[in-house]
Every structure is written in structure tokens, then in C-alpha cells.
Design a protein around this ligand. Sequence first.
Ligand code: BGC
Length: 883
Amino acid sequence: MKLKYKEIIDKMTLQQKAALMTGKDFWQSRDIPELGITSMFLADGPHGIRKQAAAADHLGLNASIPATCFPTAATMANTWNIELGEEMGKYLGEEAVAENVNVLLGPGMNVKRNPRCGRNFEYFSEDPYLAGKMAGSYVKGIQTNGVSACLKHFALNNQELRRMSIDTVVDERTMREIYLAAFEIAVKDSKPWTIMSSYNMVNGTHVNENFHLMKDILRDEWGYEGVVVTDWAGCNDRVQGIMAGNELEMPSCLYGAMDIEESVADGYNIMPPHCTPDTPGQQYDRVMACLDADGKLKEELLDECVDNLLDLVFRTEKVFEGLDKGKAREFDVESHHAMAMKCAEEAMVLLRNENNTLPLAAGTKVAVIGDFAHQPRYQGAGSSIVNPTKLDNTLEWLGFTVDKKSVTKTSSENEFGFDVVGYAKGYNRYGKSKSSYISQACDLAKKADVSIVYIGLDEVTEAEGLDRENINIPKNQLDLIAALKKQGSKVVVVLMCGSAVEIPFADDVDALIHAYLCGQAGAKAILNIIAGKVNPSGKLSESYPFAYEQCSSAPYFPGKQLTVEYREGPYIGYRYYDTAKIDVRYPFGFGLSYTSFEYSDLDVSDKGVSFTIKNTGSVDGKEVAQLYIGKSDSFLFRAAKELKGFSKVFVKAGESVKVEIPFDEYSFRYYNVKTLKWEIESGDYQIYIGASSTDIRLEGKSKQKGSDAPCPYDAEALGAYYNCDIKSVSDDAFKALLSSGDDAVKYPLPPSNYQFYKSKIFRRKRMVIGYNSTVSDLRYSKRWVGRAFSGIMRFAVKFMRGIGKKSLSNTMVMGVIHQPMRGMAKFGGMTRKQLDGLLAMWNGHFFKGLGMLMKGGKKKDKKSEDNTGNDGPSSESAVENIE
Ligand code: BGC
């Protein structure tokens, strides 16, 4: 490969090259000033900048510099507006430049396999086409500013439980057509400069070291030329990572303890003084050993990685030329807030509007009910959390003076013309029932024509690091709505949460707006919709089942102790409901407007489809028209139809517009596991134009001359898939799916649970603790010390939850309970020898382990025992040494 920065690379020592492959501190890459290599600042996040000035963390604990909090990805996906996504991306990129951020760690774009995934609010959709297009639009917008976006988390990171150690078991076709397709579309559409590899494993290999994902697919097939960075502390074996083409390990080794100043003062910035060469997270020694001694890692390969990384450094540094990177610059807070409002307005989904309850006319007597009106829920918890520049408050816009504890009506005027009769809290945000709240709300509602009831999920229920236990709305909120309806009040519900919930009251209320997590300007955007200043045009980017159990992945989510098995194959979201003919509460793509649209004149050509949309109502509006394609006589098992295009159009009242949606490389293809290629089946395809996935307005046909590849499947062995009977797929059927096709993509079905042995005296379950075992797993360790440690930690989590410290309890689950030993070592700042000592203690060699723990912090000759090239953290190696 021809190196772009050969001149610089030729001047670098081997050490410098190796050192560049890992971060300098929590947020920055390394710099080598005398070679003109500056360090890049990487910062979250997906819907606003989270640049931390002081204490650094990746869990969203410490406050960051104020930035505009735009709606989260789940919300933006409901706009189905890629131009708007790009525009928002431009604003994000502008703020990144203002804050001297080179790489913005977003958008997050994992496909939503199951509504309980704790990070769904950060992701776009259950559909890869929509997710890919939206994510690509952000990237384009961000990168026009000269800074890099970072698609994350590549790939198949669809749950939070044990996210750093879980092994995703999935067949090749499902992986490519559903989970990778979203990334593929975004990569090809927008050419991101950075991608973040995910924490999990896929079919037995850590993603960051997975040659199939990282090399064969990402680089060779999709032509990705940018940099891959690990998720924070996601590095397992640095050498394998580099060999798979991962240029940057983040963060640096010593969480929190690393001082940038010290590092800068340290000559070439290779090793901060307090790091020993065998600090496990950094694994610098191992890279050096593999380069130096066993030659496992070739210098040419390292050079390629360095070249790629330098390209990102120099590319993202240009915009800062002549600027003082030590100082933040200003951006126009007001115009950015206005942009956040525009996005929020377009994302609102009107789910119900009986008898045209909405919009409310000026002069309507309104009761405002619900804690979420007082303290809006506008973003999710975790690393994406933004410290907003300002925060719109519903009650303030309606003439109240508000502080954290009290609400006082101070004005009878408001710009929406409502006659506001008062505010009632209605329920306790964190779920505890209190009947007096309900009776106060009912009394207030009696004085009004309409009650606007703000409900949703609280901040600790939807959070990075853990999945939701169910998809319920808290019972005290449901009781409130039932009581209001029982007394005959007219009820408009505003729902605030970032992912699908069961909505049992949907048919009982008069109107329902799903505001999702709509960012810092969301409160006003909602009022603009209620007052009719804005006509709602959002449509759901995910399905809303009546009950969680309807979900195809419900029986398999979130997996067992070691693996999560994607037994449902490609049937997720509407693909499943449609194919299995299951009714849902609200289908994918659904959303109402204050006007109505008529579809006509479908024309299907070789190039794509065209049709006409007429606005048949009395107000202007926007409609999201969706193109779905199916093949009912396919020799494959496949979904009844799949989204293959969409268009959002503005139509004036009474007028019509012609809509064109072109076919593209994704329209008719499927992945053939036998030929290992994308193929097209010959024959007729059904073309559907819908206002949602179930509201099909126009139908047509398209004939395709395919590639005539052989069917890769044994239909008998895969009967469950051909019949879409995937709720209880047997081991045999899943094995048949995993082993269909060419040997290169045949995967075994590994054990899903730990291999236990029985303790000698009480015959209790015990297991060997390795680098990838988690703190939670220590409950099965041989010696009491590990079990006690795990027990204390698990007790602490429960205790914190019990006394109402839910957020802290969540952080402990994410940061401690499901933390693998290798991650503990990295964040705890111990050496690999010390970690081995800990493992020895837990595996039954208390004193030997203690000795290693105490002595292991000392700097050692790196040539001694660490240069075998085989001592990277894999569960076995540590264990073998000990047992
Ligand atoms: C998250 C990433 C985030 C990183 C840095 C990780 O825990 O998974 O999405 O970018 O932390 O905060």
C-alpha cells in the first residue's frame, strides 16, 4: 500500500508508531510535536457535544461544557427527513469546531432488535434502510465542518446487558441484511472518517478483532478508508485489534489518573511516567513485543494503521489552523436552539386524534397535568448526556414561574392563546403511587375543557448500560389517565420516552402525541403542535406492539450467561409482525396529521416508482410516503415486505405533488450464503406504496432479471423460518440456519451458559474466572473472596435502588457488575500481573495471588516474560497459569 504520510512515518521510531495506536488520555489521541502530529480530541456525542472540561468519564456522570441538546436519534428518525438530519449534523459539527473537537462520537445507529435495549433512545430504527439513511445524513452534515463523525457501535451491539462480554450468535444473512446493512448504507452514502467498534463479540470473536467484520466486510467490500476506534475500554487484545485494522484504542490506560500535562512533558509522549510498560489496557508492551520479538505483527501493517490515523489527524486539524485550540469559541446559541426546535417539531408523532380534538383553539380552558410538564424528559442517560445551553419548560411557556420544587402561576397570558386553569403534578415521577396526586389532578381537570397530560419514562429507566425490565409505562401514570377518563375529562396525552412502550390507554384518550426525547427545545415544539402552529408530520420509526411478548426476539432477549442467540433471524420489528400477520398497537411508519393525503397514479419503471400525493384537507402538511418491496414466491424465507425507500413531501392544502422514489442497489438484493455474494432472485416483486407499513395505498409490480444463484437453504430443515414460526426455534433449526451455505460463513452454536464444576464440600456451582468474566460472575468463583466481593457489589446495587438512588445503582450495574476483569484492570489502573494476581486469588490461590497483586505494580523488564505474544487477555491464558 502506498503511504500518504511516508515521509513522516519514515522518521518515526517503532515505539512512536506503537504508542500512536492508543490514546493519550481519556479523550485525546497522542501527539508527537516535533513531527507535527497534534492530538485529536474525541467527544460524545450523538445529539449534542459532551466535552468534559474537568473530570472525565464515559458514563455521563460528570457535567460537560454547555452545548445544544438536539432531539435524540430515536426522535430524529421519526422525522424521516434526511435533509433535516444533515442540517442538524451541520449544527453539531459547528459546535464541535467551536469546542475544538476533532471527532464527534456519533451517530449511534444500531438496529433496534428489541424494544427493551437500554440504548434504543440513542439509535434510529428497527429498519436498516431508515437507520442507514438517517445516520448517513448526520455524518454528511457533521463532516462539512471539517471534523469527523463516528458511526457507532459497529456492530451487533443490540443490548446493554453484559455488553462488554456477550457473544452475539447470528447467521450470516441476518447479520448482513439487517444489522450490517444500516452501517453499509451510511458508510457508502456518507463516507465517515471514523467508526467505533462495539464492545461485544460476534460469533465468538471480539468485534474489534473480528477479521470478517473489520477487514472482509468493512474495508474490502464496503471500501471503508477511515479510522476504527475502540469503544471506551473495549479493547481486548490490542495486537489482534491492530491486525484487524483498528487504528486507535481509547481511552488511554489509566482512567482518571492520567494527567495530560505530565504526558506532554514526557518527551515523545510515549509513556506517561506513572504507567508501566505492561499496563494491560494500553497493551503497549504487547504491541512492541509482537513487533520486536516474534514478528507476529509486521511493521508494514503498523505503518498502514499509522498512515490512516495520521490522515484523520491532519484532515480534522485543518479547520483549527490559526485558531487557539486551548480556547473554546462562541456559537450562536439562539439559532442553534431554534434548529433544535425545528427538528423537534418535525419529529412529533400524532398517534391519535379523535374527533379532531387537536389542535386546540385559542381560548380553550386547559389543565396542565403531569410531572413531565414541570421537569421535561428530553434526553437519555449515559455517555450521550448533554448539558443544554438552555431548556424550554412547558409551564414557563404557559405563564408559570418554575423552580425545581415549586410552580406558581404568574401570568394569564401565553402565546398559544390557551386559558390555563392550573397545573397538577398527577403522579410521582419514579412510580410510587399517591392517590392525593390523582385527586388533585381530577379536581383541576373538572375546571378545564381539556387536560394535557404529560407522561413518560423516567431518567433512570432508559439508560446506557442496562436494558429495561419491561416496556411498561409506570402504573401510577396509567391510574391517573384512567381516573381522568372515568370522570369524563377530555384528555390529550403527551408521551415522553425514547423507545417503544405498551400503551394500554391508547383507545381511551382523545388525543395522543408521542414526543419521544425531543431535546432542549422540545417543550415549546410540543405546544406548537397542540396549538396547531405546526402540523405534525412525524411517523414511527419502530413498531409499537400491544404487549412485549409479541416481539419476535422476546424469547431470546437478552440472552443467557455467555451468548445472545438471534434465533428469530431476519424477522424483527414490522418484518415479523407483517409476515406472521400479527396486529400491533401502532405499526412502523405510522403517524397522523391535521390534514389528510390521497395517493394515486402509481407508475413502476426500471428506475423506480412515481406517484401523486394530494393534500385533501384544509391545512398545509407534510407526508412521509414509504416504498416497500416484497417477493411472495421467493425461494428464500423472507419478510412479507421491506422498506426500500421513502420520501417526505410538503403539500399545500388542496394541492398535489408528484413523488419519485428511485430503486437502488439495496432494492432487490439478498445475501446468498452459498455464493457469498449479494444476488437478485429473478421474477416478479410486489411494490407497495404506504402511508405506514400496514396502510398500503398503492400496489404495483416489478419484474427483475436476477442473477440465478442457487437457493442456499434446505427448506425442510429451516421450516420454522419458511413459516415465520420463530418464537420457539429449536436448537436443530437454529443450527441449520447457522450452518447453511459455504463453510466460510458456517457458525457453531456455542454453549450459552457457563461451564460449571461442583465445589468439593457442598457441591455448589463454581467456575474458573478469566479475563472476560465479570464482577457478577465472581459469585461462582472458587474462593470466598471473589464471591464476597461480588456479593457486596450486588448488595450495594440493590441497596442503592432500595433507598431511591436509582441512578447510582444503574451506574454500578454498568460500571462494575457487568465489567469484565480486563476492563476492571484498565479502569482500575492495574498492571496485567496484578490482574493475574486477582484472578489467582479468586480461582483458589489466595496467597500466591496476593503476592502477585502486591508486587505486580512494579515496572519490569519488558523482555522478560511478557514478550511471548500470547499473553493478551483471553480467558484461558490467565486461567492456565493458575489452575
Ligand atoms: C459508549 C460510547 C461512548 C464512549 C465514550 C462508551 O461507554 O458506549 O458510545 O462514545 O463511552 O463516552
